[in-house]
Design a binder for this molecule. Structure first.
Ligand SMILES: [Cu+2]
Length: 150
């Protein structure tokens, strides 16, 4: 029964995507420019990893990023690594606002997207699907390669 339901909904979504092709390309409008994005590969026993990237707001209005979700992780959170008196810890960032023309870098030792509850091993050569979620309700899809940290 499960199989029948799956194929029915698959056929339906294919039809939908054909009908809404024009609308889809509108929805995928680039809100932020994403460069140098990568997810750190981890050993199969590890349950979390991080994603890094450079985001640029080329528009003339401020953009507030609320969340970055990836299909490999159950939970994700924007973190800032901070070092206080030699002890490094991670602070949760509930949102990041990019002023017009501003660039924000996510990199090891700084801002990163923490990915928790990995669904399966995250290894090199993989390409992962993700979505940026903005405060005005808009979304931007992207793909990101998995790389080793070296
Ligand atoms: Cu973190």
């Amino acid at each position: 029964m499960g199989f029948t339901q799956l194929s029915a909904s698959e056929a339906e979504s294919k039809q939908d995507s054909n009908l809404e092709n024009k609308q889809d390309s509108k929805q995928d409008t680039e809100i932020l420019k994403i460069e140098n994005a990568w997810v750190r590969s981890v050993l199969p026993v590890q349950r979390s990893t991080a994603m890094y990237m450079t985001l640029t707001n080329h528009s003339s209005t401020a953009v507030e990023l609320l969340e970055v979700t990836l299909d490999i992780a159950k939970h994700s959170m924007m973190h800032q690594t901070v070092e206080q008196e030699g002890v490094s810890s991670m602070k949760h960032q509930s949102s990041i606002t990019l002023a017009p023309k501003q660039t924000v870098e996510f990199n090891p030792g700084g801002l990163h997207v923490m990915l928790m509850g990995l669904n399966h091993p995250v290894s090199e050569q993989q390409v992962v699907n993700g979505v940026l979620h903005f405060s005005d309700g808009s979304k931007q899809k992207f793909t990101v390669p998995v790389k080793s940290a070296e």
